[in-house]
Design a protein around this ligand. Structure first.
Ligand code: NDP
Length: 329
């Protein structure tokens, strides 16, 4: 495994991070969850990502259980606040009340005294940034949170947050956006805004939720048990990954599979190495429903892709890549 500094901070992350959205507490049983996490640990993954909202809070509980006994100082435990975790008006968002309560609940579920990176999962238009950042500042002073991040914020929102973070001495050092060969909306604005502020990118769905594994073939039934087969119909999946389950994209992805093979890689390894070629990316967060996927995917760490290969990828994906920064969030 290779490790990179997170933005301008002193914190090191593993290039491949492990996330448990959709899987823990839902798609996979706890034994499989444990096997995936331990495959990651065995490969040198130190960075683990979850959120209070995943699987109605169960994902944090499972991660806390399967990481039990692992030396706390040897891992970075990251979670998020914003999405609803209950039905009450204060069970969501970035108010001081919800941030403080959500943080304490996450600490309990994760069985830890502190969170390494605490992300604002989305921007909250209904709460002032001052209130949100004062709450983050207090959590940092209390030692419950070491570093702060934002997820899917626009360049403008990040710029405003950075001003407050400086004033309140909040270590705002991480941005968690979607980024893959197919989804490049951060490249136009977010990456530059973050670079100016010393904020690193910890990117999600680098395999476009499995589309860039190459297992979805044009005009063929979806593999049984795959995310696309189990999540088909869910509005979230349809909006994010369903857009890619069409013939022209899947044909292009098949061509990428051949290109990867010629380079001595699997497509997941090529796709992960691709996001890691961007020097502003500090880590790529992978999901996995099987330990074998983790073992295959971690091998992407440290791979250097030649410029010729990078342009062949662009040629194959011409006209299929989303780049509009308006799609942030
Ligand atoms: P990926 O794009 O890596 O997709 C992971 C899924 O792809 C796996 O669960 C598996 O699904 C399939 N897959 C992975 N490797 C292989 C392989 N080698 N061969 C075949 N299939 C494979 O990432 P995710 O979409 O899971 O997102 C990763 C993490 O990012 C999340 O866990 C979460 O921590 C974070 N995230 C953050 C968000 C945010 O708003 N901040 C939003 C979404 C995610 P299957 O086997 O079921 O088909």
């Amino acid at each position: 495994m290779n490790y990179r500094k997170l933005g301008a901070s002193g914190l090191s992350l593993s290039e491949i991070a492990f996330g448990n959205w959709i899987t823990h507490g839902a798609q996979v049983d706890n034994d499989t969850a444990k096997a995936c996490v331990h495959a990651a640990l065995d490969a040198g993954v130190t960075t683990f990502d979850t959120a209070d909202v995943y699987s109605d809070t169960k994902a944090e509980t499972v991660l806390g259980q399967v990481l039990k006994g692992v030396r706390r100082e040897s891992i970075e435990l990251c979670t998020k606040v914003y999405q609803p975790t209950g039905t009450g008006p204060n069970d969501r968002g970035l108010s001081r009340k919800h941030i403080m309560e959500a943080c304490n609940s996450s600490l309990n579920r994760l069985q830890t005294d502190y969170i390494d990176i605490y992300y604002a999962h989305r921007f909250d238009k209904k709460v002032s940034l001052e209130e949100t950042f004062l709450a983050f500042s207090d959590l940092v002073r209390q030692g419950k949170v070491l570093y702060v991040g934002i997820s899917e914020w626009t360049a403008e929102q990040i710029g405003q947050a950075a001003v407050l973070a400086r004033e309140l001495r909040v270590p705002l050092v991480a941005s968690q956006p979607q980024y893959s060969m197919l989804w490049r909306v951060i490249e136009a604005e977010v990456v530059q805004a973050c670079e100016r502020e010393g904020i690193g990118q910890v990117v999600w769905s680098p395999l476009a939720q499995g589309i860039l594994s190459g297992k979805y073939l044009p005009n063929e039934p979806m593999p049984q048990g795959s995310r696309a087969s189990t999540s088909a119909g869910s509005p979230f999946f349809e909006r994010l990954a369903g857009q890619w389950l069409r013939t022209e994209v899947l044909v292009a992805v098949s061509r990428l599979t051949s290109l990867a093979r010629e380079a001595g890689l699997t497509l997941p390894q090529l796709a992960l190495a691709w996001v890691l070629q961007n020097p502003q990316v500090s880590a790529a967060i992978i999901g996995a429903s099987k330990p074998e996927q983790v073992k295959e995917n971690v091998k992407a760490a440290g791979i250097c892709l030649e410029p010729e290969l990078m342009s062949q990828i662009d040629k194959i994906l011409e006209g299929l890549v989303e780049r509009d920064p308006e799609k942030t969030g």
